[in-house]
Ligand binder design. Structure first.
Ligand code: IPM
Ligand code: MN
Length: 330
């Protein structure tokens, strides 16, 4: 069966690392058809297009979307992020952001293997708020955080399902219930209620500031972590940093009901300072493609790609892709 993949290389190192990710999918013998979409900051600077509703409707027709990175210094911060990346997350209802972390933290002698489930369509990311009297001493800015019972519950249920499927059966809720009294209470109550349906899953709770310490000093305590959009954004950069670096961190933006395509992207950004120099590590994009293959039911190919990434590779972006591809083929 041929899987149709929309590829958005995007900006900076994005196109370089996605090219290697596609190379690996092909090396693993998976049958795909690729359609490239010219989107991102460069495209915006050329003709003003970020992501039109027509382009979004085109994307809906694909089985999956593979994204490199978006954002370029010439475009005001937030414009491409909100207009392209967050628009896809919201409009395609990619409500799960799944980010696995395997490695050994610096200074530790114990390996860790955990997954962060980040809510991906709510929280502060909806952009609720506004500004008054801008630029004056009496300026007011508010920035809300949207949390719905439906949105919180479906995320927590996904995390419980995942924890139930893993050997350790352990799930930690991370929030800041001691300060975020309204949203924290909704998350904690929903977590407790859903937990009743999963007696086989052991549960824990950490405040996000404590979790930041544990991610560095004791990450092997975690199996599955579930948290809100912004806490998850911050903690997953930290997860990457303690798991061999952000150059290895993969992610999946999932619509688990498959009412549209899911989107797969490395956690890292477009790194414009090293774009085109051939020094970007494509491993995070390659491992994101492996997550895509898992989602497409190509689990054998996904496992082979992951195994081929275990032993470190050095060299240029294409060298690293070539070496991993030759491991996959042999
Ligand atoms: C990520 C990124 C995005 C986010 C940015 C680019 C909007 O940091 O995927 O983690 O904050 O979600
Ligand atoms: Mn981030």
């Amino acid at each position: 069966m041929t899987h149709s993949i929309a590829v958005i290389g995007g900006d900076g190192i994005g196109p370089d690392v996605t090219a290697e990710a596609i190379k690996l999918v092909e090396a693993a013998g998976v049958d795909i058809s690729i359609t490239e979409f010219d989107l991102g900051g460069e495209r915006y600077l050329r003709d003003g297009e970020v992501l039109s509703d027509e382009a979004l409707d085109e994307l809906r027709k694909f089985d999956c979307i593979l994204l490199g990175a978006v954002g370029t210094p010439e475009v005001p911060p937030g414009l491409i992020e909100r207009g392209l990346l967050l628009k896809m997350r919201f409009e395609l209802d990619l409500y799960i952001n799944e980010r696995p972390f395997v490695g050994t933290a610096p200074g530790s002698d114990q390996a860790h293997d955990f997954v962060v489930i980040r809510e991906n369509t709510e929280g502060p990311y909806v952009g609720e708020g506004g500004v008054l009297r801008k630029g004056t001493p009496l300026e007011v800015a508010t920035q809300g955080s949207l949390n719905t019972r439906h949105g919180v519950e479906r995320c927590i249920r996904y995390a419980f399902d995942l924890a139930a499927s893993r050997p350790r059966h352990h799930l930690t809720l991370v929030h800041k219930t001691n300060v975020m009294m309204f949203s924290g209470d909704l998350w904690q109550r929903t977590f407790n209620e859903v937990a009743v349906d999963y007696p086989q899953v052991e549960t824990a709770y950490n405040h996000v500031d404590a979790a930041a310490i544990y991610f560095v000093q004791d990450p092997h305590r975690y199996d599955v972590v579930v948290t809100d959009n912004l806490f998850g954004d911050i903690l997953t950069d930290l997860g990457g940093a303690v798991s061999g670096g952000i150059g290895l961190a993969a992610s999946a933006n999932l619509n688990p009901e498959r009412t549209g395509p899911s989107m797969f992207e490395p956690v890292h950004g477009s790194a414009p300072d090293i774009a085109g120099k051939g020094v970007a590590n494509p491993t995070a994009a390659i491992l994101s493609a492996a997550m895509m293959l898992d989602f497409l039911g190509e689990n054998g190919a996904a496992v082979r790609i992951r195994e081929a990434c275990v032993d470190p590779v050095t060299g240029s972006t294409t060298d690293v892709g070539d070496t991993i591809a030759s491991r996959v083929r042999s």
